[in-house]
Design a protein around this ligand. Structure first.
Ligand code: NAP
Length: 303
């Protein structure tokens, strides 16, 4: 018994020796390397954003305003910002291609080049397809799709020439799934996703980065400012929007994604993320759920 006890003591001692000489140093070493890696990543990210000339569309409110917040390192309508330049507001209407092209010229003239373009500005839509005039569909597409791609095309040649640049598209979960009574918005965001995915592949050879960000709900004025079937302002703060993530939280995710040169990010809760997977993996179930959602919403609205 006593020899068995002493063997156990010896084994315990060996185990403690192994823990203190191998496992603990390995654990601390790994933690140290991880911390150093994160610090270097953070420093590189900070330098990348701080030294950049950044253009953010839609910086007068919501997510764009937060992205432009100096505390978040960066930059109206469209605001252009860098460490060496004062913020430079450029006012233009994304739904008017000519004004977009003029704005791009003004930006290049004032700053010489753009390092990071964040296509953030946008409007939402609420209404049934059957009641919505084509002019409303076009307005949403002009603002959310044609405007941003016109700006991107106008700034792209100078980025290609410098073989440097980063283009960001603020899309939406609705660029991946379509929710009833949001047709024009979902269509514009699906088009955005497709366009910028093609762009990413085409400009990789010039070392130009493309990041598509797809947020779920954000606490902004987006639903208040949404257009309805007859083109009037919706003027309602939707519950889902009011309960969404704060604009500051999402802005931080966007800046981290840009700093880390991520290709795409989904910034949403569990339900929207699951819905995206369901749409791809089990489309029939997704369509049934959306049809039942449409029925429920119709009942609530009494139409
Ligand atoms: N809020 C959400 O739940 C949510 C979810 C997913 C994705 N997003 C996306 O996030 C982006 C930012 O929206 P937000 O939530 O911050 O909404 P917001 O508070 O309503 O801000 C929208 C911004 O876009 C600008 N804008 C609208 N129409 C324009 C036009 N024709 N020309 C130039 N600028 C125009 C607005 O400028 P004015 O105020 O001067 O009109 C405003 O600065 C949008 O692309 C939106 O689709 C939002």
């Amino acid at each position: 018994l006593s020899s068995c006890g002493s063997r156990k003591t010896v084994q315990k001692g060996k185990l403690m020796d192994f823990t203190s000489t191998v496992i603990v140093p390995l654990l601390f070493g790994s933690l140290g390397i991880f911390a150093l890696f994160r610090l270097l990543q953070w420093m590189r990210m900070r330098a990348y954003l701080q030294e950049a000339v950044v253009v953010i569309t839609g910086a007068t409110s919501g997510l764009g305003k937060e992205l432009a917040h100096p505390a978040l390192n960066c930059i109206l309508l469209t605001l252009v910002y860098s460490q060496t330049h004062e913020p430079h507001p450029v006012v233009f209407d994304l739904s008017d291609t000519k004004s977009v092209v003029n704005a791009a010229e003004e930006i290049l003239k004032a700053l010489g080049h753009v390092d990071i373009l964040i296509n953030n500005a946008g409007i939402s839509f609420r209404g049934t397809i059957v009641d919505t005039g084509l002019d409303v569909d076009k307005k949403v597409m002009e603002t959310n799709y044609f405007g941003p791609i016109a700006l991107t095309k106008a700034l792209l040649p100078s980025m290609i020439k410098r073989r440097q640049g980063h283009i960001v598209a603020i899309s939406s979960v609705q660029g991946k799934i379509s929710i009833p009574f949001r047709s024009a918005y979902a269509a514009s965001k699906h088009a955005t996703q497709a366009f910028f995915d093609c762009l990413r592949a085409e400009v990789e050879q010039y070392d130009i980065e493309v990041t598509v960000v797809s947020p779920g709900y954000i606490q902004t004025n987006l639903s208040l400012n949404a257009v309805t079937a007859d083109g009037s302002r919706y003027g309602v703060m939707d519950k889902s929007t009011a309960e969404g993530q704060t604009a500051a939280e999402v802005a931080q995710v966007v800046l981290n994604a840009v700093g880390q040169k991520k290709k795409e990010v989904l910034v949403a809760g569990l339900t929207p993320c699951l819905a995206v997977y369901l749409r791809n993996l089990c489309p029939r179930l997704f369509f049934t759920l959306m049809a039942s959602r449409a029925k429920k919403e119709r009942k609530v609205k009494g139409s």
